[in-house]
Write a protein that binds this ligand. Sequence first.
Ligand SMILES: Cc1cc2nc3c(=O)[nH]c(=O)nc-3n(C[C@H](O)[C@H](O)[C@H](O)COP(=O)(O)OP(=O)(O)OC[C@H]3O[C@@H](n4cnc5c(N)ncnc54)[C@H](O)[C@@H]3O)c2cc1C
Length: 480
Amino acid sequence: MDTQGFDRIELARKLAFGQGGMNLFVADLVQQYRGSALAPFEFWDQMVQAADPVGDWAVTERADRITVRHGNHKVAPDGAERKGTAMAQAVVIGAGPAGLMAAEELASAGHDVLVAEAKPSVARKFLMAGKSGLNLTKDEPFETLLRSYGESADWLRPIVADFDAVGVQEWARGLGREVFTGSTGRVFPTVMKASPLLRAWLGRLETAGVEIRTRWRWVGWVGDSLAFDTTDGRHVIAADVTVLALGGASWARLGSDGHWARFLRDKGVGLAPFAPANSALSVDWSHHMQPHFGAALKSVRWAAGDVQSRGEATISAKGLEGGGLYSLTPALRNGAPLTVDLVPDLDENALQARLSSRKAKTTLSQWLKKSLHLPPQKIALFHEMVKGGPPKPEEWAGVFKRLPIRHSGLRPMDEAISTAGGVTRAALNDGLMLVSMPGVFCAGEMLDWEAPTGGYLLTACLASGRWAGKSAADWLRRVA
Ligand SMILES: Cc1cc2nc3c(=O)[nH]c(=O)nc-3n(C[C@H](O)[C@H](O)[C@H](O)COP(=O)(O)OP(=O)(O)OC[C@H]3O[C@@H](n4cnc5c(N)ncnc54)[C@H](O)[C@@H]3O)c2cc1C
């Protein structure tokens, strides 16, 4: 860092970060509603908890009316040319779990940290993840956990080793939040929700001096500086080090819209195309299936390509969704046909023998219900999928074991729990710094890896955020 640069940073620190920490202003509307000035993320979390699964548009619209400002508006003092210009030592863009983790690492290394977030409140996807139980990680041997990252396991090995399932649990406990491990090894906070954890984390970040600005949308670089569109105009910040933690490209209304890709592409950074991961399927159901919308398909085994999954899925008006299907997304993306075993605990020969003993006057549906105890939704799915050509009796067992699911593809990417694609491994060094842009690091779901649900997503986001933050602090030490 040159002397002039240092002076400018010192000046900017005084102007930009020395004026009294976080001030949260919640709109009158919200204060009346709550009767107190709730932290905006808490308000938003309450909206998330209250929303029904398909009604969260309303959540976003309502929450976007909240006015949030952290700290005061800072501008450089010297005239129109640099109006709206400030300096910061470390800038983290994106206040999801990866960005907050990077910010904490940089702050603990003694740096001033500014976190810029486009949405009116932080970590919206993280809070949404907590709506149905925040699955933080998977308590299983490291090598088993690592296998979930597929082709990226080798890349993520040192990163996740540095902050593995044990590390994630210790981190949550360190924030005063107890966790428990469910029967499948999935780890959750005992309260299930994300907001108590996030509240404690934001408190710790504030104590560490991390400054968070919301409604600050990064819109690329101007020269070597970062440009942000904010409620009070364009701000341009010359950061000494930058961590990008901008998320993937699904659930855009929570902030992860993937628009950042164009800024990196313009700089020649290698990007893999986004694709849905952990995605539901579209199925054009006949009207016979309507009574079963919302019903769960349990005790089944799904298969696509060489991947199998015993998890359950739900029949929805749009198709099929649920954890049992999500791990098959990569195979389905590649066009592998999908089948389901409706009776996975009965082998085909035993099933055929039982089918052969069926009395002629008993209909197949009656027999499936009485003898195999199949619930109505499984029987309906069988009839729906064999429609137009019921198999011969001697083929029934095989069809029950490998019922082909006719579908019309994955649901649109914006509905997917997460996305594949993003900044490629080749574009980054081992410290997650862009090879072509020294001083710019990347973390979280914006990197080109994917994993099934089960806590693997948050584990890698937290771990890569921490890794990028540490690497950025190391880099600052070396170049300063
Ligand atoms: C319904 C649902 C349930 C889930 N449940 C789980 C679960 O139980 N367990 C699990 O492991 N994972 C779960 N996930 C996935 C998990 O939430 C994400 O993988 C994780 O939040 C990604 O973290 P991140 O920090 O990389 O990105 P994000 O959390 O997406 O954060 C990125 C942030 O960057 C901001 N941003 C984007 N562009 C800009 C810009 N230009 N300028 C400024 N800011 C910008 C966004 O607004 C956002 O706040 C779930 C996801 C969903 C949708």
